[in-house]
Write a protein that binds this ligand. Structure first.
Ligand SMILES: Nc1ncnc2c1ncn2[C@@H]1O[C@H](COP(=O)(O)OP(=O)(O)OP(=O)(O)O)[C@@H](O)[C@H]1O
Length: 229
């Protein structure tokens, strides 16, 4: 089943500016994990913002889990797209404990099921005993897991991760990468990971694409690299 389909997407920040994304087409199957590599400024974050609906492309089509979210004359709001996001700084709410952070996105779930979902998510990321802690009482890696749990809790069709490891030290990165792939595969989650680091892609992704000029054109260990733009 195709979860993400993008056709001929073109976007520029202003009419006068060169497009950041130019005639971009791409698709992903259910459960696939795709890495997006590329130099700074090549448009990786912009693509995630277009998919999630935080920016509106001038031209092109985006379909998520069979639903058109962007087409000529059509723009579905971010909250209606079923897309989860994990940002570089995790964006956890500092005044809410772990449980409330995860509960935050579950307002569409019947009240009686919410507690159970929080429990499931904490089990998935192996953080059951941290339910009552506040973000400042967690390590960077633990915060990252909670951000992941929060994004996965509403069962999004698609998860977008923008530089999810940039705040972690090298040792922690190693172990978190492996865990992340395990968690995503266990949840059969379709996921795009934007990163500067090809090691992230090798450890986590099934395949990858490179924006801008590739540093080397060899494929990652699991799949092949497609060069775009
Ligand atoms: N709000 C904005 N207004 C105008 N230009 C912008 C805006 N946001 C980003 N840009 C420009 O668009 C281009 C793509 O930016 P984007 O953040 O998508 O790149 P990136 O590949 O994610 O970079 P990095 O790896 O540094 O995060 C850059 O040239 C950037 O300067």
């Amino acid at each position: 089943m195709t979860i993400l389909e993008i056709k001929n997407l073109t976007f520029s920040f202003s009419q006068a500016a060169e497009p950041v994304i130019k005639n971009f087409s791409f698709s992903m199957g259910k459960g696939e994990i795709v890495g997006i590599l590329g130099q700074s400024g090549s448009g990786k974050s912009t693509l995630l913002r277009l998919i999630s609906g935080l920016e509106m492309a001038q031209i092109g089509m985006i379909k998520i889990a069979g639903t058109l979210v962007l087409d000529e004359g059509l723009f579905l709001q971010p909250e209606d797209r079923g897309v989860g996001m994990v940002f570089q700084d995790y964006a956890l709410f500092p005044h809410m404990n772990v449980r409330d952070n995860i509960l935050f996105g579950l307002n569409r779930l019947p009240r009686k099921d919410r507690k159970e979902r929080v429990k499931e998510m904490l089990e998935l990321v192996k953080m059951e005993q941290f339910e009552s802690r506040y973000p400042h009482e967690l390590s960077g890696g633990q915060q990252q897991r909670i951000a992941l749990a929060r994004a996965l809790a509403p069962k999004p069709n698609l998860l977008l991760m923008d530089e999810p490891f940039s705040n972690l030290d090298a040792d922690l990165k190693e172990s978190i990468r492996e865990d992340l792939r395990t968690i995503l595969k266990k949840a059969n989650m379709t996921c795009i990971v934007v990163t500067h680091d090809k090691n992230d892609v090798d450890a986590i992704c099934d395949r990858s694409i490179v924006f801008g000029q590739p540093q080397n054109s060899k494929g990652n260990k699991n799949g092949k690299i497609t060069i775009v733009q």
